[in-house]
Design a protein around this ligand. Structure first.
Ligand code: NAP
Length: 321
């Protein structure tokens, strides 16, 4: 079958190891089933894998991709929850020390078919297209957990989203505004600031700009380039939820501010199957949909990777096998 895979790892030039070609059909281990992939979407995780972060050389070649919507062996339309826990784990899957995402230990979703645990399948509602559903399991699920589970934000609160154009940032904007939260965003690009306001942000600012007032919580995934601003933007007693460090992970810690203002710095990773089910229901009931920048056949996946590497992402990039 056709697939997009990491054939090599290169921290400085990640696209050097990207390959598109034939891979053997997936075999379903005990408890797994094979899904025919109708749509899948690109995440920064796929670039990290090509840089060797979360993927080791001895796992190569590895089919990339965490997200999938498709059709199961019985003909049901499904969305795949990408967090693969150990069989014996009970409770929050994101806390299982042996969990992995598709494309880390098991082959990923950038292929015509993928093997996934049966318990990771969620029915796809007819209201969502395969392309829309394929955007939800990583970026949108992470945004849902950051806002509602980890920050516990309520309607009427104010949140600052660092970064505006990416898959996670656009998800944070869409979900927070649908939940009645005032959304402020920052972006490097004037065009993306304008797009963020169209997507539902209340105001968009340049990176590091002074805000009209301090916010209840900051959603941080940019890391080094925005950390100092995040620490200054949040109210005393407020929360910074961290789910990524795209621009680097060694900013000054700002420890004095953190203890003196009694800030909570909270990590967040992916989400549970239940959170994914609730996210899907929220999208169906409130009409929230992921903005899709482009849909490409697998054969042209490199174009999508190039756009992400150069920072030219406006929402989600979808591949349709
Ligand atoms: N923990 C988890 O489970 C989880 C899940 C999903 C994502 N993540 C992490 O979250 C981050 C974003 O993921 P994504 O898939 O949304 O990636 P993406 O689509 O490539 O988006 C990158 C984002 O970073 C922003 N950014 C701002 N300043 C930047 C700078 N100096 N350098 C680079 N980017 C900058 C961009 O905003 P502008 O272009 O508007 O400035 C954009 O919103 C990644 O680090 C990813 O690994 C983590």
């Amino acid at each position: 079958m056709r697939a997009v895979f990491a054939a090599d790892i290169d921290r400085a030039d990640p696209l050097r190891g990207l390959d598109i070609g034939e891979r053997p059909d997936p075999k379903a281990p005990h408890g797994f089933t094979v899904i025919e992939v109708r749509a899948t979407s690109l995440n920064h995780h796929d670039l990290w894998s090509l840089r060797g972060i979360g993927l080791s050389r001895d796992a190569l070649p590895m089919i990339l991709g965490c997200d999938a919507a498709g059709v199961d062996e019985e003909g049901n339309e499904v969305v795949v929850h990408s967090v693969i826990g150990s069989e014996s784990w009970l409770g929050d899957e994101t806390l299982d020390p042996r969990r992995s995402l598709l494309s880390e230990r098991y082959p990923g979703t950038f292929a015509e078919r993928v093997a996934v645990p049966r318990r990771n399948l969620i029915p796809k509602p007819p209201e969502l297209s395969f392309e829309e559903a394929a955007c939800l399991p990583t970026a949108w699920l992470t945004a849902y957990r950051m806002l509602f589970t980890r920050a516990g934000l309520a309607p009427g609160a104010t949140v600052l989203v660092q970064g505006a154009g990416g898959g996670l940032a656009t998800a944070l904007i869409g979900l927070a505004s649908a939940a009645g939260i005032r959304v402020w965003v920052t972006s490097r690009s004037e065009e993306k600031r304008a797009e963020a306001v169209e997507l539902g942000a209340d105001e968009a600012f340049q990176l590091g700009a002074r805000l009209p007032e301090r916010v209840d919580a900051v959603m941080e995934s940019v890391g080094e380039a925005t950390w100092a601003h995040s620490v200054r933007a949040v109210k005393p007693g407020g929360t910074i939820v961290v789910s990524g460090a795209t621009s680097g992970d060694a900013p000054p810690a700002e420890l004095r501010r953190i203890f003196f203002l009694q800030l909570s710095v909270v990590g967040s990773t992916m989400g549970t199957r239940t959170e994914l089910e609730r996210l899907i229901q929220l999208c169906v009931r409130r009409g929230v949909r992921p903005p899709i920048q482009m849909t490409l056949p697998l054969a042209e996946a490199r174009k999508g990777f190039e756009a992400m590497l150069s920072g030219e992402v406006h929402g989600k990039i979808v591949f349709a096998p």
